[in-house]
Design a protein around this ligand. Structure first.
Ligand SMILES: [Zn+2]
Length: 108
């Protein structure tokens, strides 16, 4: 399950088709920068969500109600997806690479 989450850098987490700006999300909801974002942003409920936790069993990560797992009271996933996330680029950018190669040929 952990494979569905990947980090572009320290504050940009890819989950499914979205890249979440976790720095902006933490600022917006006054969360710690080390909040458990995979659990917070997952659509899944219950124990499946906890499978995304990268620090399972550590302090703050021992249950759905642990400090790093609770969602802020006003948390609105739809808002986050619209304003604090962006669509992930397709696969590995191969499409763009091909286009660039074609252009180079024409330039000659
Ligand atoms: Zn966690």
């Amino acid at each position: 399950m952990k494979a569905v989450v990947s980090w572009a850098d320290a504050t940009h987490m890819r989950l499914g088709p979205k890249i979440y700006d976790t720095g902006a999300i933490a600022d917006f909801y006054s969360l710690d920068q080390d909040h458990c974002f995979p659990v917070l942003l997952s659509h899944m409920k219950g124990s499946n969500t906890l499978a995304l936790c990268p620090h399972w069993g550590e302090p703050g990560h021992t249950s759905l109600t642990s400090e790093k797992h609770v969602a802020p009271k006003n948390f609105d996933l739809a808002y986050v997806q619209r304003h604090l996330a962006k669509a992930a680029p397709k696969a590995d950018g191969e499409e763009e690479g091909n286009r660039k190669k074609k252009k180079a040929k024409f330039a000659k």
